[in-house]
Design a protein around this ligand. Structure first.
Ligand code: HEC
Length: 266
């Protein structure tokens, strides 16, 4: 009896003193302290709320409402931190402008989702801005197998899992990259398709960053080259005339993408 009373008293006093110690009101000479402040003060972002101010004088309520809506970035601009290349990050170097570059970089693409602009892109964007590297090809292979191979096949022959003979469910034949038409296609034939898709194929611009798209294209080129018994690697490229194997570049610095061909002015 006596014992249990004592232990109740003891544990109660431990709890009380812990409570007293863990949270202290701020006073004249002390800042006070809080236990788990991140629970007390939410770190959630403020919502972009619309709260019309009654004494607002510069426009109608309608105009004010429009200003409070989320807006698209100004055409042709790139948000801070979205400058297009994560090569620096891959090489473990800081970015040039001191702004951290997110892997999902954004580069403007001045071609619309039309057949006319597909043709224009194919004539104007020729070169893969990234040199051919072993790591790039590996990255491209991973991404290709995740995003493209289900339809276009791991070999690029258009015989992916979704269109297989024994019960594939896909209603149309995905492109066979081993056909003459695609062997001879300029790089942007692939780039444009990744950006917008084509007919039943959806675009992959929101899934693949700028660099990732180009690494996927490098990988598709290497598949094509292998089918033609040609080489397309960091060491040599006997398949296309425009893409540069990294080993033929002089310095590490030139691993930088060359001027992005998609950055043409309108
Ligand atoms: C869900 C299936 C599917 C996936 C996944 C898919 N594609 Fe396609 N793709 C198609 C189909 C179907 C076509 C044929 C469209 C047509 O010509 O009507 C096509 C066509 C193409 C073409 C040829 C466009 C032309 O000019 O005729 C390219 C290039 C291409 N895809 C690249 C890719 C790449 C790269 C990926 C991965 C990032 C990918 N596709 C993922 C279904 C797919």
């Amino acid at each position: 009896m006596m014992k249990s009373l004592l232990s109740t008293f003891l544990s109660a006093s431990v709890i009380i003193s812990l409570t007293l110690v863990s949270c202290q009101q701020p006073g004249k000479n002390k800042t006070g302290s809080e236990y788990f402040p991140d629970m007390g003060h939410s770190i959630a972002y403020e919502a972009n709320t619309y709260s019309y101010y009654y004494y607002n004088t510069w426009g109608t309520e309608d105009e004010y409402h429009q200003m409070a809506q989320p807006r698209k970035p100004v055409k042709g601009t790139i948000a801070r931190g979205y400058t297009g290349s994560n090569m620096d990050v891959l090489k473990g170097m800081a970015s040039h402008n001191g702004i951290s570059v997110t892997p999902n970089a954004k580069v403007p693409y001045y071609y619309a989702d039309t057949e006319e602009d597909r043709t224009r892109a194919m004539a104007e964007i020729i070169k893969n801005p990234y040199p051919i590297t072993t790591t790039g090809l590996e990255q491209g292979k991973n991404l290709y197998n995740i995003f493209c191979a289900t339809c276009h096949g791991e070999k690029g022959d258009g015989a992916g899992y979704l269109v297989r003979d024994d019960g594939g469910k896909y209603p149309v034949q995905p492109a066979n990259f081993m056909l003459e038409e695609f062997l001879n296609s300029s790089n942007s034939g692939f780039y444009h398709s990744i950006m917008y898709g084509k007919n039943l194929m959806a675009g992959y611009a929101d899934k693949l960053s700028y660099e990732e798209r180009w690494q996927v294209i490098h990988y598709i080129r290497s598949l094509q080259a292998a089918s033609q018994k040609k080489e397309y690697s960091e060491k040599a490229n006997t398949f296309t005339t425009v893409d540069i194997p990294a080993s033929t570049l002089k310095s590490k610095e030139s691993l930088e993408p060359t001027t992005a061909p998609t950055e043409k002015s309108e």
